[in-house]
Design a binder for this molecule. Structure first.
Ligand code: DUT
Length: 124
């Protein structure tokens, strides 16, 4: 579902702003809302979201807001009230009960991460 701006704004290069969408929802328990950028605006103008994906908790009843950021190094981005600025995706989530243990089971990856599998010159 697309989310639209409730305001007109001009976002200068490198700046961010929290923008209202005028939407409040009651998500079913066991789901989460994720706020994603729109790929067209990202590729063409450099518009993104600071905390992408934003998390909308099932218990949240306030207005959904989007923390937009202009990642273009030079050009401002003009947004008009009603423009589609982001998209909301609703997903089911696990609600696990966490249990503290002294050891974890062995896996082939183990504790290797952060590029340990290579695949790029800078990773060695
Ligand atoms: O892009 C976003 C992200 C969050 N929210 C709202 C819904 C969410 O349920 C609430 C809290 O979000 P989050 O848990 O990410 O914020 P926090 O910085 O951890 O603050 P809090 O202490 O309120 O949990 O803010 C939005 O409207 N837009």
């Amino acid at each position: 579902m697309d989310l639209c701006s409730t305001i007109d704004l001009e976002l200068p290069a490198g700046r961010r702003q929290l923008v209202g969408t005028g939407i409040a929802i009651a998500l079913p328990f066991g789901t989460v809302g994720l706020i994603h950028p729109r790929s067209g605006l990202a590729a063409r103008a450099g518009l993104s979201i600071v905390n992408t994906p934003g998390t909308i908790d099932a218990g949240y009843r306030g207005e959904i807001k989007v923390c937009l950021i202009n990642l273009d190094p030079e050009q401002p981005i003009t947004i008009s009230r009603g423009d589609r600025i982001a998209q909301l995706i609703v997903q089911r989530v696990e609600l696990p009960e966490f249990v503290e243990v002294d050891e974890l089971d062995d896996t082939s990856r183990g504790d290797g991460g952060y590029g340990s599998s290579g695949g790029h010159a800078v990773l060695g």
